[in-house]
Design a protein around this ligand. Structure first.
Ligand code: NAP
Length: 235
């Protein structure tokens, strides 16, 4: 177990900050990526264990070359990637379908879907060679409970579910397990800051999401493939 390696995208974000410690504590070697090197290094400095059990490699996942170099750097360091936790993504919305601009479509499809396609394609060859690999994406409850005025987000996260489940059906027989979590509003510092008056009783704990990812990467996760798992905070 102590040699297992997990690559976390979006590690510089709110969910990433809760997820990395859970995996480090469980004994994983943890590779952290995002675009903000400073935030990644600050997070790395807080993790348990020897410094050689944490790797920071900033990359823009919209760039296939940078994505390939990221994956190669993890393999060069540790020789394997057992799990991909793809947390990179984000929300934009606020206008109805008739008014969504090309820039807004591009932003959502790029941030939530193209990044996921690039990193999935980049890790798959090594996982297939190993005959084993766990992939967890983070979509949103919005794919089951569509909300108005965020169509580009809804479409991009629905595409992410399709990517996760297509990966599962194509590669399950070769040892790959690919699943996607559908969280409601996550209780991150940014959401607390930007929505101070909102009722938080059904916000989802980021640590709980991290524990679900840990389960999906562990022995029990062997039995779960192609699942889109709602995590609604009790709703
Ligand atoms: N927060 C919520 O309430 C909520 C609810 C449902 C689903 N989700 C989903 O959960 C995931 C994590 O959410 P969060 O709140 O932690 O988001 P966040 O704090 O905004 O962090 C987003 C992360 O994605 C990374 N990222 C975005 N575009 C990228 C790119 N082109 N290349 C590389 N990295 C990129 C960011 O990197 P840099 O900042 O370093 O550039 C950052 O680390 C996201 O997929 C989000 O859509 C969130």
């Amino acid at each position: 177990m102590q040699d297992k390696v997990v690559l976390i995208t979006g590690a510089s974000g709110g969910l990433g900050h809760a997820t990395a410690p859970v995996f480090a504590h469980a004994g994983y070697r943890v590779a952290l990526t995002g675009r903000n090197t400073e935030a990644l290094e600050e997070l790395a400095a807080t993790l348990e264990g020897e410094s050689d059990r944490t790797l920071v490699h900033a990359a823009d996942l919209l760039d296939r070359e940078q994505t390939g170099a990221l994956v190669q750097s993890v393999i060069d360091a540790w020789g394997r990637i057992d799990g991909l936790l793809n947390l990179a993504g984000g929300w934009a919305g606020g206008v109805g379908l008739a008014d969504v601009t090309q820039a807004q479509w591009d932003e959502m499809l790029h941030m939530n879907l193209i990044t996921a396609i690039h990193i999935t394609q980049a890790v798959l060859p090594q996982m297939l060679a190993a005959g084993d690999g766990r992939i967890v994406h983070i979509a949103s409850m919005a794919v089951e409970d569509f909300r108005a005025r965020q169509v580009a987000y809804n479409v991009s996260k629905s595409g992410l579910v399709a990517l996760a489940r297509s990966t599962a059906v194509e590669y399950g027989a070769q040892g790959i397990r690919s699943n996607v979590l559908l969280p409601g509003t996550i209780d991150t510092p940014r959401n607390r800051r930007t929505r101070p008056s909102q009722d938080r009783s059904n916000w989802v704990s980021p640590e709980a999401l991290a524990e679900i990812m840990l389960m999906l990467c562990g022995p029990v996760g062997e039995e779960i493939n192609g699942a889109a798992i709602p995590v609604s905070g009790g709703l």
